[in-house]
Design a protein around this ligand. Structure first.
Ligand code: UDP
Length: 464
């Protein structure tokens, strides 16, 4: 992984930060990357984490770790309703998190704690930090645009875009161009009111914080960043892309299958379609078959991540269509979990069929790999719309059907459209590289963040 000049480790300054990730892969990665970035700026780092999905401590010997018991049952942890898990975490973590902070704040053997940085979705941390007079900032792990869209939920409800109705999906959201109703960041949940509450609390908890850190950069999301600065009234620090300073591999909860890279080494340059839908999204059996047939028919080499739990079948290989298995022998490779950043940076990869999780979207932009977008839920829908219609660096897969898959992949490979997408994404890749260099927007924003954390306003309350 390319290390930027700003990555040098600066001397310890005797100030400690507490970081608290939401225990989901797409949130743990950026929080651990942020921890490494702030460590490199001289802060000491304590990670508070849940038992559920706890990060691998041995990859971070220079950090201190404290765990809290979130008291989720096995059934609650494995539920597919993410909004429900998030709601539960925001209730069950309150007491153990509070007790953990009390212990840490009274420990005089450690450096003074200057700030808590919590995932924005863990909105309960606001009340706890307030009670203990600990200054709190938040990390929002999604993009600036989706945060802006989330902040309009009360308006969207008032105007009856929410809850989303199937009959309205194609209608434009006139207040948020170019979004249509189907691009709004919602998800299937047992109770849409749960999701609404999580979003409203996340936004309110962010507005009440001492500042929000974003894994994005000015040249990518300038208009949305400007809106956030005005509407939220707190400092906004776009210091991304984080993963170009510190890779996500060390915070991976699943083992990355390195055979992906040796397989890619044997493929022609710019020939392979990389297919992965992240750590949560799942497809049903008929969708799984459409993907298999689509990949078998399109005649391009492919690398497909089939995560355990991402389909309802565990014996999928035995039931695969014969044509798919033949394609698998000749030009396909399947992995349970890939070293995604390395895969995207590999010269053999030509396109990324993605669910448009924010990390995957940024990682694809940073490697200049055009996307085939298949958003599943929440902010993925906003990200996909921006990838296809605003940045023009990908195409949306309109239907999850084999003919449509074949047509979309072949269109990207063979036609001038693919070239246009490539040239635009290479331009964004260059901007992503520049913003991290000395004097670049993210470089400067990181300097401002360090100053902000150390500013007297933040500092006086928590030094011993
Ligand atoms: N990832 C990975 N290997 C895989 C698939 C994903 O390491 O096979 C990483 C990916 O690089 C990204 C994260 O998992 O950093 C997924 O985050 P994202 O926001 O894209 O999606 P989510 O999993 O939250 O839906």
């Amino acid at each position: 992984m390319e290390n930027q000049s700003s990555n040098q480790i600066e001397p310890r300054m005797g100030r400690r930060l507490l970081l608290f990730p939401l225990p989901l892969q797409g949130h743990i990665n950026p929080m651990m990357q942020l921890a490494s970035i702030l460590y490199s700026k001289g802060f000491s780092i304590t990670i508070i984490h849940t038992n559920f999905n706890s990060p691998n401590r041995s990859n971070y010997p220079h950090f201190t770790f404290h765990f809290i018991n979130e008291n989720l049952s096995e059934g609650e942890k494995s539920a597919s309703d993410i909004a429900a898990i998030v709601q539960l975490l925001n209730v069950r973590c309150v007491r153990p998190f509070h007790d953990c902070l009390v212990k840490l704040l009274s420990d005089v053997s450690e450096e003074p704690i200057v700030c808590l940085i919590s995932d924005a979705i863990c909105h309960f941390t606001h009340a706890v930090a307030n009670e203990l007079k600990l200054r709190r900032m938040v990390l929002r792990t999604g993009g600036a645009t989706s945060l802006h869209v989330f902040s309009t939920f009360p308006l969207l409800k008032e105007k009856e875009y929410l809850p989303v109705r199937d009959s309205q999906l194609e209608e434009p959201v006139v207040e948020l161009p170019p979004l249509r109703v189907k691009d709004l960041p919602v998800s299937k949940t047992s109770d849409p009111e749960d999701l609404y509450q999580v979003v409203v609390e996340m936004v309110n908890g962010t507005k009440a914080s001492s500042g929000v850190i974003l894994n994005t950069f000015e040249d990518l999301e300038q208009p949305s960043l400007a809106i956030l600065r005005q509407a939220f009234g707190i400092p906004v620090f776009p210091i991304g892309p984080f993963h170009k300073r510190f890779p996500a591999s060390s915070s991976s909860l699943l083992t990355q299958d390195e055979s992906c890279i040796s397989w890619l080494d044997k493929q022609e340059p710019r020939s392979v379609i990389y297919v992965s839908f992240g750590s949560i999204a799942a497809v049903n059996e008929s969708e799984f078959l459409e993907i298999s047939w689509g990949l078998a028919n399109c005649k391009q080499p492919f690398l497909w991540v089939v995560r355990p739990g991402s389909t309802s079948r565990s014996d999928w290989l035995e039931t695969m269509p014969k044509e798919f298995l033949e394609a698998l022998d000749i030009r396909g490779h399947i992995a349970k979990w890939a070293p995604q950043q390395e895969v995207l940076a590999h010269p053999a990869v030509v396109a990324f069929w993605t669910h448009n999780g924010w990390n995957s979207t940024l990682e694809s932009i940073c490697e200049g790999v055009p996307m085939i977008c298949m958003p599943c839920f929440t902010d993925q829908r906003v990200n996909a719309k921006y990838v296809s219609d605003v940045w023009g660096v990908g195409v949306q897969l309109e239907k999850l059907e084999r003919e449509e898959i074949e047509r979309t992949i072949n269109g990207l490979m063979l036609e001038t459209k693919g070239e246009k997408l490539r040239s635009r994404i290479l331009h964004l890749k260059e901007k992503a590289t520049q913003c991290l260099r000395q004097g670049g927007s993210s470089y400067q924003s990181l300097e401002s963040l360090v100053t902000h954390i150390l500013s007297s306003e933040l500092f006086t309350k928590h030094t011993k």
